[in-house]
Ligand binder design. Sequence first.
Ligand code: E4P
Length: 219
Amino acid sequence: MKFFIDTANLDQIKEAYDLGILDGVTTNPSLMAKEGITGKQNILDHYVNICNIAGTGDVSAEVISTDFEGIIREGHVLAELHKNIVVKVPMIKSGVKAIKYFSEHGIRTNCTLIFSPGQALLAAKAGASYISPFIGRLDDIHLDGIALIEQIVKIFNNYDFRTEILAASIRNPLHIVKCAEAGADVVTCPLPSILGLLNHPLTDAGLAQFLADHKKANG
Ligand code: E4P
């Protein structure tokens, strides 16, 4: 399973890459706004900065337009910024049409805001490189986000779709483990959820014991 980080914060992206386990980055307009990145040129420059940290990793950059022509125009600008940019397109009618267009023009896409298996199926049919089902936002309204991942994995396996399932809206380390069990291709996570995977009280207790025993024996 690939690990992406879900942020536009350059320090957090660097920290996750330093850990040696990161495969890519996802952003969205809310995450860009949270970092205070505003204005067309600043936004484009920020995507390039993220790509420069991400090395060979994919970086999802989201369009703001919702009409077909606007999505196409923006998608071309984003895709030309860097070879690792994946154009993030919302799951709406014009978005599906744009994903088809991009797939025929060699531009990779991530279909975002997926909340049902039917939406995932449509995006895959249109040729999306990734689809992003939002786990946490489903859990928030007492629906089962992980069950959605399981359904999509089953459907994609039935038909050998090449679209990768990118589990998004991850809220905790358990979500990551459950996505791995379900067979998601990628998880995109906030840094604390990734770092949370490191923790186990028995690891801490075991290490403290090893170090104490070494000290007793060696002075
Ligand atoms: C996905 O690409 C989105 O950026 C993200 O995972 C949404 O997460 P949230 O529900 O925590 O905002």
